[in-house]
Design a protein around this ligand. Structure first.
Ligand code: AMP
Length: 122
């Protein structure tokens, strides 16, 4: 799959400093910030700084340094938000079936309450 990246998406604008964000953690290759419409007491989005549309795009094309940085940033956010003891959920939506609204890779980290079953039954 070849992905075309739209650099006008809202997370690209956050990365360029055009709109504000509530930063949780910034690293060389990644940014973690609070979701603007939180669905749980903890709802952090982790994004790579590079132009990747979704997780499979990133996993296939990002450098080793970007992938390590992104993965470690997720771990650091979990530690900062003290999520290990009670657990949490990570979600990364992709494309139309995944109902991805923002076409820049993001992992949702959700926690702070019991989150229910992963999917509603169809
Ligand atoms: P998704 O449906 O996986 O693409 O999720 C996109 C997420 O981005 C939603 O949870 C939105 O609430 C969140 N979002 C959209 N705009 C912003 C923003 N400016 N700052 C933080 N989160 C945002």
């Amino acid at each position: 799959m070849t992905y075309a990246y739209d650099d006008q998406n809202v997370f690209a604008r956050i990365l360029r400093g055009e709109i504000p964000n509530a930063t949780v953690l910034e690293t060389e290759h990644s940014l973690a910030f609070n979701d603007i419409a939180p669905q749980a007491p903890v709802h952090v989005l982790v994004i790579p700084k590079g132009p990747y549309v979704c997780y499979d795009h990133f996993a296939a094309e990002a450098s080793d340094a970007e992938i390590v940085d992104f993965t470690r940033t997720i771990a650091k956010v979990c530690e900062m938000k003290e999520l290990a003891a009670d657990g949490f959920r990570m979600i990364s939506n992709a494309g139309a079936h995944g109902v991805q609204e923002v076409p820049h890779l993001h992992v949702h980290i959700l926690g702070g309450r019991v989150l229910g079953r992963m999917l509603e039954k169809a």
